[in-house]
Design a protein around this ligand. Sequence first.
Ligand code: C5P
Length: 217
Amino acid sequence: MIEIAIDGTAASGKGTLARKLAEKYNFIYLDTGLLYRKVANELIIKKKNISNDLEYHSSVIARNLNFLEIKKEDLRSEETAKLASLIATHPKLREILNLKQKEFVEENKKKFSGCILDGRDIGTKILPNANFKFFIDASIEVRAKRRLLEKNISFLHEKDEKCMLQFLIKQMNDRDKLDIKRSISPLVPADDAYVIDTTFIDADELFLKVTKIIDEI
Ligand code: C5P
């Protein structure tokens, strides 16, 4: 099975890239951030006291996680993302979710000729022997603008838009810092990853760049 590992910062374009590659090559795709977001969302719904044994509560939820129940649209809020990033610093939770990701790959080996996983530690931890590793990044301003566009708020006044953009920049910066600085599986490019900056290129150009690398090899 061909393995493609895609890591990178929030809103860098890695998710769109992963989806497009999965479609082109007919590979199975897993957005691993959704697992962390799902656990965070369950904590919010169940109103678990987040300062009180967060690692225990998130681990219980993670153990019972059913991939089929994860619905992306429920999980996109920055509140969920912030908590996801916080619980992602806990070794026990990561251990459980790492196992689930590896099981997912194993289970799909017979059904698909390739798999694509995107996240923060795919090339370094989950698929260390992946055939292709990509690390996607872009400037924080460009990434925040993409997030704002995703929210589809076309009625915003210019002043409110600027304000929201600043807010998003702060939120995303805080989250990146936590992901990069944590001691367990921090967000870093694998030594053998292709590092691509998408500040000045759009999703189609990124897709072309990556498929050129894959198809040449
Ligand atoms: O990719 P997404 O923004 O949905 O991920 C939410 C959070 O989950 C990240 O900020 C990160 O803290 C955590 N995560 C992780 N390892 C992964 C995927 C996501 O630590 N493989």
